[in-house]
Design a protein around this ligand. Sequence first.
Ligand code: G1P
Length: 292
Amino acid sequence: MKIRKAVFPVAGLGTRVLPATKAMPKEMLTIVDRPLIQYVVDEAREAGIEHFVLVTGRNKGVIEDHFDCMYELDATLAARGKKAEQEILARDQPEAGAMSFTRQQAPLGLGHAVWCARDIVGDEPFAVLLPDELVLNTPGCLKQMIEAAARLGDKSNLIAVEGVPEHLAHQYGICGVGKRHGSNMFEVDGMVEKPPKGTAPSNLSITGRYILQPEIFKILETQERGAGGEIQLTDAMIGLAKTQRFYGLEFAGERHDCGSRAGFLRANIAYGMARADLRDGLRAEMKRYLEK
Ligand code: G1P
């Protein structure tokens, strides 16, 4: 069944990068010249997603504005003959009616945020993308996942995974590895959210991309709080894995955790270097700076 809808949990407070996120949503932090949220929406669009469900919170209104038409800006650009800028804005804007917003009223965790999207998603498989994780690659991570999911049976779930150094495993959801399917896919054999140091079943971390079956919502409805006192998506997936298959995909591409200061800075350099119009200038600036 075609994956038509994607959920973007954007209600988080961004406490890892304060004070940048005191008054501004972390999803609006810019990598080069575009906000984080635009990169993940584009990744979903490239993968064939038709409807984008943003689970927002208070003080996140600017995210909605970003995806709206800015009439005065557009009119001014037109009057000044700035066609290239107009085209960039038009390209980034979703089709009318293709985006929904719902609010998570309290910060109860990722699982709760996804559950808030249940009525908009309805009874069909869907994708989840966490906007503070970017994957630099063509094709994008979600496109790779949707192509891989098409080879799996009905009622299969798929998560994107990446190896992390052992000493960092406690910061992530980690999955165990069962039977392998080809070079980059495997059956997930157990999952654990933020395992205490030294107890992780593997070094494969759950990155911020999921393809899930709608039965996850029923489980989330009664999911109890887990790691960090939050309602965890990983715990609901453990529940769903009792009746449905979960697969892990080791995707191609460079993952950037933009929710941390170092990851955010690195992403800016990586995405800048990936841009033909900026690469040479940026390289020269960095070289000059490093030689200081
Ligand atoms: C969430 C998930 C975790 C995953 C991580 C990836 O954790 O719960 O399983 O590994 O995203 O970024 P969070 O970063 O919200 O604590």
